[in-house]
Write a protein that binds this ligand. Structure first.
Ligand SMILES: Nc1ncnc2c1ncn2[C@@H]1O[C@H](COP(=O)(O)OP(=O)(O)OP(=O)(O)O)[C@@H](O)[C@H]1O
Length: 374
C-alpha cells in the first residue's frame, strides 16, 4: 500500500474510533441520568452504594446538621473529594417533584455566592443531594454563638453581606430566569474556608421565566421573622419578599442579634423595630454587635444599617431591587433615600412610647414547609 493511502486510512480509523468512544460515553451518561426520570439528562448522578460508602453508612459521626427536610452528612467521594450529602427521607415532606425542582434549578446555577450542587441520587424511597462541602458550615453557627462570633470581624461581616447581596442579585436579575429563594436566613448562608458566603437551600425556590416576577400561594413556606408582611398575610411572594428577608439578615449580621429572640431586645419585640427606633433617634451605631463595636468604620456600618432598613420597609414597592442594594453597598458616594417605617411597626406601645409589632409573627423561628397543598 502506498504510504499516502496508508496514512489516510489510519486517519479514518482514528476518527471512527473517536466517534465510537464519544457514542459510548454519551450512552453511559444518558443511562446514568435516567435515574432522575429522564428529566435531567445532563445531570450527573452517584450510586447509592457509593453514598453509603462515602458516609460510612450514614454514621452519626458524619452528621453535619439537620434541616426541615432531613439530615445532612459529610462524605468522601472519589477518594478524597469532601462533599455534603442531604438525605431527604420519605417522610421529609419533599416529594419527587420538589426534589426535581431543587435539582434542576441548582444544577443550572453557577455563581461564586451560591452553593454548588454536584450531583444527586434517587434510590427506592431515598432522595439525596450532593453539595460541595462548606467547612465552616452556616453563618448562624458563628453569628449567634458568643464563643465563635469573634471570628466575624467587621471586614468579614461586610464581605458576607456583599457576597449574599451579589448571590441574590444573580438569582433575581442576572441569571436566565427570575428565581425567588423564599427562605433566605442565616442558617441558609454557608461559609467556605475563606469565610465567603454561599446561599443554599433552594428546595422552596420558585422560578419564573419571561416577564412574570411575582406569584401567590396558599402554601406559605419560609421562616417567621424573615418573611415579609405581604407574604405572611396574603401568600404574595416576589423578589421584594426576598429583599425583605435580606434586610433582616443584614441587620442580624451587623447586630449579632436574632430577628426573633426568645427575649425582647431592649424592650422591643424584634430586631427591625429596635433598629428603626435607634435610627430615628440618631443612635444607629448602638445597634452594632458589641463583639466588633469600636473596630469598624462608622460610615460603612451606617450605610449597611441604612440599606437594611430600606429593605425591611413595610411597603414592598418602597424596597429597593437587589441591583440598587449592591450599588448602595459598594459605592461610598451613593445617595440613599430615607427609609420609611419597617413592617410590623404598627401598634403603639403605650408604656414606653415605642411602637410594637404584631407578636404573632415575631417570636417563632420554625420553618413552615408543608401547610396546605398547592
Ligand atoms: N454544603 C454543606 N456543607 C457543610 N455543612 C452543610 C452543608 N449543607 C448543610 N450543612 C449543615 O447542615 C445543616 C442543615 O442544613 P439544611 O440545609 O438541611 O437545613 P437548614 O437550612 O439548617 O434548615 P431548614 O431546612 O429549616 O431551612 C446546616 O445548618 C449546616 O450546618
Amino acid at each position: 500500500m502506498p504510504a499516502a493511502t496508508h496514512v489516510h486510512s489510519h486517519c479514518l480509523e482514528m476518527v471512527r474510533r473517536k466517534k465510537e468512544i464519544k457514542k459510548t460515553l454519551m450512552l453511559r451518561y444518558l443511562s446514568a441520568s435516567s435515574d432522575l426520570g429522564g428529566k435531567n439528562s445532563d445531570f450527573p448522578v452517584v450510586s447509592f452504594e457509593d453514598i453509603v460508602a462515602a458516609t460510612d453508612n450514614f454514621s452519626d459521626s458524619n452528621m453535619l446538621g439537620m434541616g426541615g427536610f432531613g439530615k445532612v452528612y459529610k462524605g468522601i467521594l472519589e477518594g478524597d473529594k469532601e462533599v455534603a450529602i442531604k438525605r431527604l427521607g420519605s417522610g421529609s415532606g419533599q416529594g419527587i417533584e420538589e426534589f426535581r425542582n431543587e435539582v434542576t434549578l441548582i444544577a443550572k446555577l453557577q455563581h461564586r455566592n451560591l452553593v454548588r450542587l454536584l450531583s444527586c441520587c434517587i434510590h427506592d424511597d431515598e432522595k439525596l443531594l450532593i453539595y460541595e462541602y462548606m467547612p465552616n458550615k452556616s453563618l448562624d453557627s458563628f453569628l449567634f454563638d458568643s464563643t465563635r462570633k469573634d471570628v466575624l470581624d467587621w471586614l468579614t461581616r461586610f464581605k458576607i453581606i456583599k457576597g449574599v447581596a451579589r448571590g441574590l442579585l444573580y438569582l433575581h436579575q442576572d441569571s436566565r430566569l427570575t428565581i425567588i429563594h423564599r427562605d433566605l436566613k442565616a442558617s441558609n448562608i454557608l461559609l467556605d474556608k475563606e469565610m465567603s458566603p454561599k446561599i443554599s437551600d433552594f428546595g422552596m425556590a420558585r422560578i419564573f421565566g419571561g416577564k412574570q416576577q411575582q406569584g401567590n400561594t396558599i402554601r406559605v413556606v419560609g421562616t417567621y421573622g424573615y418573611m415579609s408582611p405581604e407574604y405572611v398575610m396574603g401568600g404574595a411572594f416576589s423578589v421584594k419578599s426576598d429583599i425583605y428577608s435580606f434586610g433582616v439578615l443584614l441587620l442580624e449580621i451587623v447586630s449579632g442579634l436574632k430577628i426573633s429572640s426568645p427575649q425582647l431586645i431592649m424592650n422591643f419585640p424584634n430586631l427591625t423595630t429596635y433598629a428603626w427606633r435607634l435610627w430615628e433617634d440618631g443612635n444607629a451605631m448602638e445597634l452594632v454587635d458589641s463583639a466588633i463595636a469600636g473596630s469598624c468604620p462608622i460610615d460603612e456600618v451606617l450605610r449597611c444599617i441604612h440599606v437594611g432598613l430600606l429593605c425591611v420597609q413595610h411597603h414592598s414597592d418602597a424596597r429597593p431591587l437587589m441591583s440598587s442594594v449592591v450599588f448602595m453597598l459598594e459605592n461610598e458616594i451613593a445617595l440613599l433615600p430615607e427609609p420609611e417605617q419597617p413592617a410590623y411597626f404598627a401598634a403603639r406601645n403605650r408604656e414606653n412610647g415605642h411602637t410594637r409589632e404584631n407578636k404573632d409573627n415575631s417570636q417563632n423561628t420554625m420553618s413552615i414547609t408543608t401547610l396546605i397543598g398547592r
